[in-house]
Design a protein around this ligand. Structure first.
Ligand code: CA
Length: 292
């Protein structure tokens, strides 16, 4: 039986473009970003406390570092951030030849390499790429000719890689070589119908199912490993950006959302930009930390 409760808005400030939720089991805090504000938020679900770290440039995603603090994907590339001390340092530049680009979504693979992709601020087709930051801080361009590099995660056995380039309206699947971490054999996993919105951030749960946030779709969808649609979780916000399991038992699906662009003709709804906590009756897997 599925025990599912309605999504609850968490009592934290609303974001312009909330993104990149990430549960750090060491600090027992949920982190997420407000990309254009250049802020990393953190939230303690036990006492409800909330704090912000200013990074100084747009920040797309982060993951815990084994050395402490966070590895982050920012406008100019990869960096390290100590959110408590409020420090940030750029450690690897990307797309230096593409000045209109910024980094977007990212996550660490099972061996602690941080994968994060870019997008052009004006969404120029084919201008983006997916990059990998190794623990020795080497930066490699892994997939090129993307447009909005977005959600990504790996199967529990480390042999599959799920990836979204949003304008394709697909979740794609790659094979992953467990020995090297190399990905290959890109093919469609799920094609979203046009009325579902655009696929954005995603996470793989403990049952191997894929939860994908739907920008413009007011929902998160859960797909089974064979690609069948299992569930649609509705959210009271139109621009649903990403999702990740958190809480000490990884039993809460945290969902980030965005507000419409300033100047857009779309009115801001009461839920837009909120962080939602959703009890969905399944649990997630711990994130991989950066091995450096
Ligand atoms: Ca995104």
């Amino acid at each position: 039986m599925i025990r599912e409760a309605p999504p609850e808005a968490v009592a934290v400030p609303r974001a312009r473009l909330g993104e990149g939720p990430c549960w750090d089991p060491r600090t027992a805090l949920l982190y997420w970003t407000d990309i254009p504000a250049g802020r990393i938020h953190r939230y303690d679900p036990v006492d409800g406390s909330h704090a912000v770290t200013e990074v100084g440039q747009p920040v797309g995603a982060m993951a815990p570092r084994s050395a402490g603090g966070l590895v982050v994907a920012v406008r100019d590339g990869f960096g390290f951030c100590d959110p408590e001390a409020g420090t940030f340092e750029l450690v690897g530049r990307v797309d230096a030849d593409r000045p209109g680009n910024r980094m977007n979504d990212g996550k660490c693979d099972p061996d602690g390499r941080f994968f994060a992709g870019t997008k052009a601020e004006d969404d120029t087709p084919g201008a983006a790429a997916l990059y990998r930051l190794d623990p020795d801080l080497a930066v490699t361009r892994v997939v090129d000719d993307l447009t909005i590099s977005n959600g990504l995660d790996w199967s529990a056995d480390g042999r599959l890689f799920y990836f979204v380039d949003s304008p394709t309206r697909r979740i794609d699947l790659f094979d992953r070589d467990p020995a090297t971490g190399a990905i290959s054999g890109r093919r469609p996993f799920v094609e979203l119908p046009a009325d579902a919105g655009w696929p954005d951030g995603l996470t793989v749960d403990a049952e191997g199912c894929v939860w994908v946030a739907l920008w413009g779709g007011s929902a998160v969808r859960r797909y089974r490993p064979d690609g069948r649609l299992d569930r649609v979780l509705r959210l009271p916000a139109r621009l649903v950006t990403s999702c990740a399991f958190g809480g000490p038992d990884l039993d809460v699906l945290y969902v980030t959302t965005a507000a419409p662009d300033p100047g857009s003709s779309v009115p801001v709804g009461p839920g837009d930009g909120s962080l939602f906590a959703c009890r969905v009756g399944v649990v997630g897997r711990p994130v991989h930390a950066f091995a450096g």
